[in-house]
Design a protein around this ligand. Sequence first.
Ligand code: SAM
Ligand code: SF4
Length: 326
Amino acid sequence: MIQGPQPLPVSLRISVTDRCQVRCFYCMPPEGVPACDHADVLRFEQIVRFVRAVKDHLGLSKAHLTGGEPLVRAGIVDLVSMLAAEGVDDLALTTNGLRLGEMAGDLRAAGLNRVNVSLDSLAEHTFASLTGGGSLQDVLTGIETALAEGLTPVKLNVVVLKGVNDHEVVGLAEWGLQRGCWVRFLELMPIGFAQRQHKDLFVPASEIRKRLEQIFTLEPLAETCGASSRNFMATARDSAGRSGIIGFITPETEPFCRGCRRLRLTSTGRLIACLAQDHGAEIRELLGDAGPAAEQELKETVTHLLGLKGPRTSFPEDRVMSTVGG
Ligand code: SAM
Ligand code: SF4
């Protein structure tokens, strides 16, 4: 029998909490978002059951823990150990970095492979006002500790905002590349609280690129199917010759929908195929049941949602980044 091509493995983003200790103004309002009930938050066993089902059924290229802020979820290091024991090859975590200095060693020892750290500014005042009181120094210490512990590549995520940090893109790139980090610039998405401010704050990647090209030569790297970032080898034109990887994540000007196999699991057990679509399924009940019928239904739900993926439309109005997991 002739077999067709195997489907590409799935990439998971798992939000482990909707809570966060800071309030980036484009992500959450100063008063925060109504926190969901503790009883509604997925237990670690349920998250592991989901990961196992996807891995066995369709193959798993990556599991990415996010939030809210994943490092404020109690016992997160235990969850990392449990997922590493499932044989997830690329186990990553996206964090604001505030607690990374104290936790990077334990996370690495538990089996985490790498981290993405949000770093929107290197100016203390801008950083503090942008995050609603976050300490830049703690994040920088977190990044240095992650590098020292081998949680590499450390990828820095910068959401570029007009009049707030767009003048910093070259400085941020230089700071990151000097330390061996990848530096990725994100276009602001009109999602949740960013919707109201989007028109005023949005900076297209083409503009960010123009600024960077005054200093760096950017050579495109081969694209990975379904990847969200377009990556370049950047080399500074001056004699110091700093080089490293710079990426652009362009959900607005060049959506990366083709080949996407990403699924998102929210902290309360809603499975979402795409940030820009309403399709989703509540799977918390299924994850609480270890029986074969529930497992079969779970696999069918995952396959069904993957089948609904299509080119992006607009973002659903009520989607909140800290709840869905960016
Ligand atoms: N708390 C962690 C952090 O900040 O890295 C993980 C969760 S956060 C929601 C994940 C990423 O989404 C961060 O890099 C954040 O800057 C980004 N993000 C949040 N709202 C966004 C928006 N409207 N457009 C683009 N990126 C956004
Ligand atoms: Fe918290 Fe991350 Fe949202 Fe900032 S972007 S408020 S750190 S969840």
